[in-house]
Ligand binder design. Structure first.
Ligand code: SF4
Ligand code: MG
Length: 331
């Protein structure tokens, strides 16, 4: 089966002080039909930039795709004009974000905003659109949808607003939904409900999802495959079982080690020492994790590891796993 989405060697740069710096540094992965792929890593690892690149929603004049392909059903999105991309966005691929309040317009009713999303891509009468938006709200678990369509974003709770955003995102039945930290701003019980909802919709609509999160608990509950990103690179890619039972990359191991043992602890990744290098200070070669890696060796500063297969469907980018690298003894 050909994948729904195939990203090949994607590079996205950001302009800082008149210079371009790669925020996504040659990333390759694919998403199959009906698959949920998680993307994990700390903030600043390029997760959001990667998804904004796929949507072609990079800030104009600042962010730019500088190389590679984004093949969606065989068509390279990287090459599409704004006008052509408008036909894809919201119809074939949709996106939801962390804070639904900023994505919803405070001056329009919920119904208006869902219907606007439909009118962009479908020919419908106002009455048909209203009927559809009520049905959509119901499908995302909102009770009394006929009342909610008339309400404004500030009248709803955070969880309700995220449900509305999901309704807008799926209004045109996209084949791919990109969800960037969709539950991060919500409290724990609501988080679980929204994840359940996403899984439900994924099944019903036979949709694929890219789920961006810093929360490995979310990954465990939701995803089929996982991509671990660090400093603009994919450092490990595998299925969800192997991620938890057979993690390879030192960064993945640290992420797993930082899953909180106590309930209520929130800053889950705080226990990894050091920070992700900033775009301006990205080392030109060598492994970008060297400064923070407990297994770093002298060569890690000089040799850039490549993402390579360690077993079926499991890829890692670390010198410890490179066959040509003579370190059998430390593996
Ligand atoms: Fe650590 Fe070296 Fe592997 Fe990078 S290449 S993750 S620094 S051991
Ligand atoms: Mg982000």
């Amino acid at each position: 089966e050909t994948p729904l989405l195939e990203v090949n060697n994607l590079k996205t740069g950001f302009k800082i002080d008149k210079e371009f710096h790669n925020a996504v540094n040659g990333v390759s992965f694919s998403v199959k039909k009906r698959q949920i792929v998680g993307v994990v890593g700390e903030s600043g690892c390029g997760k959001s930039v990667m998804s904004l690149s796929i949507m072609k929603l990079l800030p104009k004049g600042i962010g730019q795709i500088t190389g590679g392909e984004i093949k969606f059903e065989g068509k390279n999105l990287a090459k599409l004009s704004d006008k052509e991309m408008n036909k894809v966005r919201g119809k074939e691929i949709s996106m939801i974000f962390q804070e639904p309040m900023t994505s919803l317009n405070p001056v329009f009713t919920i119904g208006f905003q869902i219907e606007e999303a439909m009118f962009n891509h479908m020919k419908l009468s106002k009455a048909e659109a209203r009927k559809k938006s009520i049905a959509l709200l119901k499908s995302v678990g909102i009770s009394r949808p006929d009342k909610i369509v008339e309400e404004y974003p500030h009248q709803l709770s955070g969880g309700m607003r995220q449900r509305v955003m999901i309704a807008i995102a799926i209004a045109c039945q996209p084949k791919l939904l990109i969800a960037d930290e969709p539950t991060t701003a919500l409290d724990v019980t609501v988080q679980a409900q929204i994840l359940e909802l996403l899984k439900d919709i994924q099944e019903k609509n036979e949709m694929s999802i890219i789920l961006i999160t810093h929360d490995l608990g979310v990954v465990a509950e939701t995803c089929d495959e996982v991509i671990v990103m660090y400093a603009g690179n994919i450092v490990e890619r595998t299925n969800v079982e192997a991620l938890f039972y057979d993690p390879k990359h030192p960064y993945t191991n640290l992420l797993l080690g930082s899953i909180p043992k106590l309930e209520g602890e929130t800053d889950r990744l705080a226990s990894i020492k050091g920070i992700v290098p900033s775009l301006k200070n990205m080392p030109a070669f060598g492994c970008r994790f060297t400064d923070r890696c407990p297994k770093a060796m002298e060569d890690c500063k000089h040799i850039t590891p490549q993402l390579a297969r360690v077993s079926d469907g499991h890829e890692v980018s670390c010198l410890l796993y490179e066959e040509s690298y003579p370190i059998e003894s430390v593996r």
